[in-house]
Design a protein around this ligand. Structure first.
Ligand code: F6R
Length: 609
C-alpha cells in the first residue's frame, strides 16, 4: 500500500522521481506528491489529489533543479484523501515519506502537541516527521541515531525514507514490515517500494530486511541491521525486463495479463514436469519432501483471489490426494484461537508475498505447531518467501493490473502440480499423478482455445454492462470459480455480484431471481451436470435471466443463453472456466468506462491489516 521512491543523483532529479513514482501507482493512487531539496537548499514540495498524472502536470509547470528528493503515491489509511494528508510530510528540516500504519499515532500526536508541534494533517506520517525533529533537537545526535531512537517509540509498520535539509547529501531508509529496495546506479543511488519503479534506470538491487536502516549517498551505501551492526546485504541482478512493465499493444494491463496466461502457465510448468511422471520444484529441498510425505492435513491461508485459488485446491487435495484440507481467509485465521489438526502443513498463497493479513497469519501459525509452512508466491524477493520454511514460485511474470488474473491461474497450476507431487511421494507410480501431469501439459493449449472465444464474451458483456446486480453460480470445484468471477466483476466494473453454490440457491437467494438480475452459471459437462441442469430449470421457471457457460449441448427449450465453450479435461476445468469470466468482467468494465487497471479505493499490494 502506498509507493515510495527516493533518489540521490548526478542528474536533475525531477523527471526521474515522477517517472518512477508513476510506475508504483498500482500500490495506491488517490493522491501523490514529491519533495526535492533544490540547488539553493530549499525544500520544494508539490502535492496533489488524484493520480500521478496530476502531479506530473503540476511539476512540469515548475522548474525545480535538485539532486536529492522523495516521492510518494498514497492509498489513504489515516485521514481522508486531501492535499494536506498527501505525502511527503515535513517538520522544519525533516522530510518523510512512509508506507505502513503507526498504531500509537494518536498518543504520540498528543505528546508532540504538548511539546508545541502544530499538525497540518490527520496522518500518522506527520507524527513521524515531528517525532524525528523533536528527537533531533533534543540531543543533536546523528540522523541515524535520531531515527533509531524514534522508531523505538513507534508501534506498527513503517517503511520510510527521510531527508534532512541540514545534510542534503543522503537518504535514510528504515524498513519494518513493508518492502524497501535500494537500486544501484553509477555514482547515484535510489530507493523504492518495488524494483518496478527503478527498472528504467537499473537492474542492480539490494533488498532491505526487517529492521534495517540504510544510509544512501551518491557513492556510498551503508546498511545497519536491527542490532545496529553494519551489514552487507546481497546485491541481486533483476531478470525482469523493463518492457514487461509496459502495456504494449493492449489497452490495459489487465487485458495484457489475461492474454498472457498461456505463456505464464507454460513458464510455471517449465522444467517442473518430468518424463518419469514426477514433479520437480528446484526451489524445494529434500526436507520439504519429508514434510510433504508426513503431511496428513493441509491448512491454506490467503486473501481475495489467492483465497479463491486455495478453495479450488481444497477439492483437488481431498478428492485426488485424500488429504483433508481447510481454507481460511488470512485476517480471520489470525484473529481466533485455532485447533491445529494432526501433522498439518500450512500453505500461504499470495501474488505479492507482501499482503499484511497473510504475513500476520504466517507469523501467528509459527507458534501453533504446524509440521511446516510453504508459500506459493509470485515474488521471489517478498517477505512471505523470506519468512516461510519452503516456497514455490508461480512464475506468472509481473502482474500490474490491480485485479489478479494470471497470478490466479498460475497459482492453480502450481497447486495441481503440488497435489501430484504429494501423491507421488506417498504412493509410487500413481496413475492419478500421471493423469495430472498429462493434463497439465495440455493446459496452455486449452487456454489459447478459450481465449479465441473473446468476441462471444464481448457480445454478452455489451448486453450486461447496464445491470446493477448479478449472481454467479457454480458447483463443486466450479463454486470457487463463481466466487472469483463475481470478485473480478465487482472490483473492476463496480457491479454488485454475489457467488453461490448452485445447490444453495433454493435456500434463499432464489427470492432474488427476476428478469433484471442476470445469473451466470458455470455448468461444464461433468458428473455434477444433471444437478446443475435442475437448478437452471428452477431459475427459468421463475422468469430468471440466465447465461450458462458450458461445453455441454442443451437439448431442451428453456429460455436460456448458452455460451458454448470448447472441450476441456475435467481435471483442469476450473483453470479453464475462469478465463471467460475474467474476459466478461474486463469487457463489461471496458463498456462502462471504469478505471480497469486501478479501480477506485483499491491497491495491488495490501500491506496493511
Ligand atoms: C483481486 C485481488 C485481491 C488479491 C488479494 C491478495 O483481484 O487482486 O483480492 O488477490 O489482495 O493479494 P496477494 O495475492 O498479493 O496476497
Amino acid at each position: 500500500m502506498c509507493g515510495i521512491v527516493a533518489a540521490v543523483t548526478q542528474r536533475n532529479i525531477t523527471n526521474f522521481l515522477i517517472n518512477s513514482i508513476k510506475k508504483l501507482e498500482y500500490r495506491g493512487y488517490d493522491s501523490s506528491g514529491l519533495a526535492i531539496i533544490d540547488n539553493r537548499n530549499n525544500i520544494m514540495r508539490i502535492r496533489c489529489v488524484g493520480k500521478v498524472d496530476e502531479l506530473i502536470k503540476k511539476t512540469n509547470k515548475k522548474k525545480i533543479f535538485g539532486n536529492i528528493g522523495v516521492a510518494h503515491t498514497r492509498w489513504a489509511t489515516h485521514g481522508k484523501v486531501s492535499k494536506e494528508n498527501t505525502h511527503p510530510h515535513i517538520s522544519s528540516n525533516i522530510v518523510v515519506v512512509h508506507n505502513g500504519i503507526i498504531e500509537n499515532h494518536s498518543t504520540l500526536r498528543h505528546f508532540l502537541q504538548k511539546k508545541g508541534y502544530i499538525f497540518s494533517s490527520d496522518t500518522d506520517t506527520e507524527v513521524i516527521a515531528h517525532l524525528l525533529h523533536w528527537e533531533q533537537n533534543k540531543k543533536k545526535d546523528s540522523l541515524k541515531k535520531v531515527i533509531q531512537n524514534s522508531i523505538k517509540k513507534l508501534d506498527g509498520n513503517y517503511s520510510m525514507v527521510i531527508i534532512d535539509q541540514n545534510n542534503p547529501t543522503r537518504l535514510i531508509a528504515a524498513r519494518s514490515k513493508s518492502p524497501l529496495i535500494i537500486g544501484l546506479g553509477i555514482e547515484e543511488n535510489f530507493i523504492a517500494s518495488d524494483q518496478i519503479a527503478l527498472l528504467h534506470t537499473t537492474k542492480r538491487f539490494i533488498y532491505l530486511e526487517e529492521g534495517d536502516i540504510a544510509i544512501v549517498e551518491k557513492k556510498n551505501i551503508n546498511i545497519f541491521n536491527k542490532d545496529n551492526f553494519t551489514i552487507k546485504r546481497q546485491k541481486i541482478i533483476s531478470n525482469i525486463e523493463h518492457k514487461s512493465v509496459e502495456k504494449g499493444q493492449y489497452r490495459h494491463y489487465m487485458e495484457k495479463e489475461i492474454y498472457e496466461q498461456p505463456e505464464s502457465i507454460r513458464n510455471t510448468l517449465k522444467n517442473r514436469l518430468k518424463n518419469n511422471n514426477k514433479i520437480f520444484f528446484s526451489e524445494l529441498g529434500l526436507k520439504a519432501n519429508n514434510i510433504f510425505y508426513n503431511t496428513e492435513n493441509i491448512q491454506i491461508v490467503a486473501c481475495g483471489t489467492s483465497y479463491n485459488a486455495g478453495m479450488v485446491s481444497r477439492y483437488w487435495f481431498e478428492s485426488l490426494a485424500n488429504i483433508p484440507c481447510n481454507v481460511e481467509i488470512a485476517s480471520e485465521f489470525s484473529s481466533r484461537k485455532l485447533i491445529v489438526r494432526k501433522k498439518s502443513l500450512l500453505i500461504t498463497l499470495s501474488q505479492s508475498g507482501e499482503t499484511a493479513d497473510t504475513l500476520s497469519a504466517l507469523r501467528y501459525s509459527k507458534k501453533l505447531g504446524y509440521l511446516g509452512n510453504l508459500t506459493i508466491c509470485n515474488m521471489e524477493s517478498s517477505s512471505l518467501v523470506k519468512e516461510s520454511d519452503f516456497y514455490i514460485l508461480t512464475k506468472a511474470g509481473l502482474e500490474i493490473g490491480v485485479a489478479s488474473t494470471k497470478s490466479f491461474t498460475t497459482q492453480l497450476t502450481v497447486l495441481l502440480m503440488l497435489v501430484a507431487k504429494i501423491i507421488n511421494l506417498k504412493q509410487e507410480n500413481n496413475d492419478i499423478s500421471k493423469k495430472i501431469i498429462e493434463t497439465l501439459n495440455i493446459l496452455p493449449i486449452r487456454i489459447e482455445e478459450i481465449l479465441k472465444k473473446n468476441t462471444l464474451i464481448k457480445n454478452i458483456a455489451n448486453i450486461l454492462a447496464n445491470k446493477k446486480n448479478m449472481l454467479f453460480l457454480g458447483r463443486g470445484n466450479q463454486y470457487p470459480i463463481a466466487m472469483e468471477g463475481a470478485l473480478k466483476l465487482k472490483e473492476i466494473s463496480y457491479i454488485h455480484a454475489e457467488a453461490y453454490q448452485s445447490g444453495e440457491l433454493k435456500h434463499g437467494p432464489l427470492a432474488l431471481i427476476d428478469k433484471n438480475i442476470p445469473v451466470i452459471m458455470i455448468a461444464p459437462k461433468n458428473s455434477l451436470f444433471e444437478k446443475n441442469k435442475k437448478n437452471i430449470k428452477e431459475i427459468c421457471s421463475r422468469g430468471g435471466l440466465i447465461y450458462v457457460f458450458s461445453n455441454q449441448e442443451f437439448d431442451y427449450e428453456d429460455n436460456i443463453n448458452v455460451i458454448k465453450l470448447p472441450y476441456v479435461e475435467e481435471l483442469i476445468a476450473p483453470i479453464f472456466y475462469i478465463i471467460p469470466l475474467q474476459l466478461l468482467a474486463y469487457y463489461i468494465a471496458l463498456k462502462k468506462g471504469t478505471d480497469i487497471d486501478q479501480p477506485r479505493h483499491l491497491a495491488k499490494s495490501v500491506t496493511v491489516e
